[in-house]
Design a protein around this ligand. Structure first.
Ligand code: DGP
Length: 112
Protein backbone atom coordinates (compact mmCIF):
# COMPACT_ATOMS: atom_id res chain seq x y z
CA UNK A 1 0.00 0.00 0.00
CA UNK A 2 1.36 3.42 -0.81
CA UNK A 3 -1.40 5.81 0.21
CA UNK A 4 -0.50 8.39 2.82
CA UNK A 5 -3.18 7.34 5.32
CA UNK A 6 -1.91 3.79 5.23
CA UNK A 7 1.47 5.09 6.43
CA UNK A 8 -0.15 7.29 9.12
CA UNK A 9 -2.24 4.37 10.37
CA UNK A 10 0.94 2.25 10.52
CA UNK A 11 2.73 5.05 12.46
CA UNK A 12 5.27 5.34 9.66
CA UNK A 13 4.37 8.99 9.03
CA UNK A 14 3.54 11.60 11.68
CA UNK A 15 0.06 12.93 12.37
CA UNK A 16 -1.71 14.54 15.32
CA UNK A 17 -3.44 11.37 16.46
CA UNK A 18 -6.31 11.93 18.90
CA UNK A 19 -7.23 8.33 19.53
CA UNK A 20 -6.91 4.85 18.21
CA UNK A 21 -8.50 1.45 18.76
CA UNK A 22 -8.32 -1.94 17.02
CA UNK A 23 -10.24 -0.71 14.00
CA UNK A 24 -9.78 3.05 13.66
CA UNK A 25 -7.32 5.90 13.94
CA UNK A 26 -8.55 9.47 14.39
CA UNK A 27 -6.20 12.34 13.58
CA UNK A 28 -6.38 16.06 12.79
CA UNK A 29 -6.81 17.07 9.17
CA UNK A 30 -3.64 18.78 7.94
CA UNK A 31 -5.73 21.38 6.12
CA UNK A 32 -8.69 22.10 8.42
CA UNK A 33 -11.90 23.36 6.86
CA UNK A 34 -13.59 23.94 10.25
CA UNK A 35 -12.44 24.95 13.76
CA UNK A 36 -12.49 21.24 14.61
CA UNK A 37 -11.61 18.95 11.72
CA UNK A 38 -10.63 15.33 12.32
CA UNK A 39 -10.34 12.38 10.00
CA UNK A 40 -11.78 9.04 11.13
CA UNK A 41 -9.82 6.38 9.31
CA UNK A 42 -10.13 2.57 9.30
CA UNK A 43 -6.89 0.69 9.91
CA UNK A 44 -7.82 -1.79 7.22
CA UNK A 45 -7.27 -0.44 3.74
CA UNK A 46 -10.44 0.17 1.73
CA UNK A 47 -10.17 2.63 -1.16
CA UNK A 48 -13.52 4.31 -0.67
CA UNK A 49 -17.22 3.64 -0.07
CA UNK A 50 -17.09 1.93 -3.47
CA UNK A 51 -14.88 -0.75 -1.91
CA UNK A 52 -17.49 -1.76 0.68
CA UNK A 53 -19.53 -4.95 0.62
CA UNK A 54 -21.58 -6.97 3.09
CA UNK A 55 -18.43 -8.33 4.75
CA UNK A 56 -16.62 -5.05 5.50
CA UNK A 57 -19.39 -2.42 5.63
CA UNK A 58 -19.66 -2.74 9.42
CA UNK A 59 -16.67 -0.42 9.65
CA UNK A 60 -18.91 2.48 8.68
CA UNK A 61 -21.08 2.10 11.78
CA UNK A 62 -17.89 2.02 13.87
CA UNK A 63 -16.78 5.25 12.19
CA UNK A 64 -20.14 6.91 12.90
CA UNK A 65 -20.11 5.81 16.55
CA UNK A 66 -16.54 7.09 16.89
CA UNK A 67 -17.74 10.43 15.49
CA UNK A 68 -20.51 10.52 18.09
CA UNK A 69 -17.94 9.92 20.85
CA UNK A 70 -15.67 12.66 19.45
CA UNK A 71 -18.62 15.08 19.45
CA UNK A 72 -19.25 14.29 23.12
CA UNK A 73 -15.58 14.59 24.07
CA UNK A 74 -15.17 17.90 22.28
CA UNK A 75 -18.48 19.35 23.40
CA UNK A 76 -19.96 19.86 19.96
CA UNK A 77 -23.06 17.63 20.10
CA UNK A 78 -25.07 20.74 19.18
CA UNK A 79 -23.70 20.60 15.64
CA UNK A 80 -21.16 18.66 13.65
CA UNK A 81 -20.84 17.47 10.08
CA UNK A 82 -19.70 14.07 8.83
CA UNK A 83 -18.56 13.78 5.24
CA UNK A 84 -17.18 10.94 3.13
CA UNK A 85 -16.00 12.10 -0.28
CA UNK A 86 -16.25 9.26 -2.77
CA UNK A 87 -14.50 9.48 -6.10
CA UNK A 88 -12.63 12.18 -7.97
CA UNK A 89 -15.75 14.06 -9.03
CA UNK A 90 -16.72 14.47 -5.38
CA UNK A 91 -13.26 15.69 -4.40
CA UNK A 92 -11.78 12.51 -2.93
CA UNK A 93 -8.03 13.01 -2.93
CA UNK A 94 -6.82 10.25 -0.63
CA UNK A 95 -7.89 6.76 -1.68
CA UNK A 96 -8.12 5.22 1.78
CA UNK A 97 -11.64 5.38 3.19
CA UNK A 98 -12.01 8.25 5.67
CA UNK A 99 -14.76 10.27 7.26
CA UNK A 100 -14.32 13.99 7.85
CA UNK A 101 -15.55 15.17 11.26
CA UNK A 102 -16.12 18.93 11.25
CA UNK A 103 -17.51 21.16 13.94
CA UNK A 104 -16.75 23.84 16.47
CA UNK A 105 -18.29 26.74 14.58
CA UNK A 106 -20.02 27.90 17.75
CA UNK A 107 -16.60 28.59 19.20
CA UNK A 108 -15.69 31.16 16.55
CA UNK A 109 -15.60 34.78 17.72
CA UNK A 110 -18.58 36.77 16.46
CA UNK A 111 -17.46 39.42 13.94
CA UNK A 112 -19.70 42.53 14.00
P1 DGP B 1 -10.54 13.91 0.72
O1 DGP B 1 -10.65 15.08 -0.21
O2 DGP B 1 -11.88 13.51 1.27
O3 DGP B 1 -9.77 12.76 0.12
O4 DGP B 1 -9.75 14.46 1.98
C1 DGP B 1 -8.41 14.26 2.22
C2 DGP B 1 -8.07 15.07 3.45
O5 DGP B 1 -6.87 14.58 3.99
C3 DGP B 1 -7.85 16.57 3.17
O6 DGP B 1 -8.78 17.32 3.93
C4 DGP B 1 -6.44 16.84 3.65
C5 DGP B 1 -6.09 15.63 4.48
N1 DGP B 1 -4.71 15.18 4.37
C6 DGP B 1 -4.05 14.91 3.22
N2 DGP B 1 -2.79 14.52 3.49
C7 DGP B 1 -2.68 14.53 4.85
C8 DGP B 1 -1.62 14.19 5.73
O7 DGP B 1 -0.52 13.82 5.35
N3 DGP B 1 -1.86 14.34 7.06
C9 DGP B 1 -3.07 14.76 7.55
N4 DGP B 1 -3.21 14.85 8.86
N5 DGP B 1 -4.10 15.06 6.74
C10 DGP B 1 -3.90 14.95 5.40
Amino acid sequence: MTCIFWHIVAHELPAEILCEDNDLVIFKDINPAAPIHFLIVPKKHIDSINGLDEKNAGIVSKMVLAAKRMAEQHGVQSGYRLMINTGREAGQVVYHLHMHFMGGWGRKPVIR
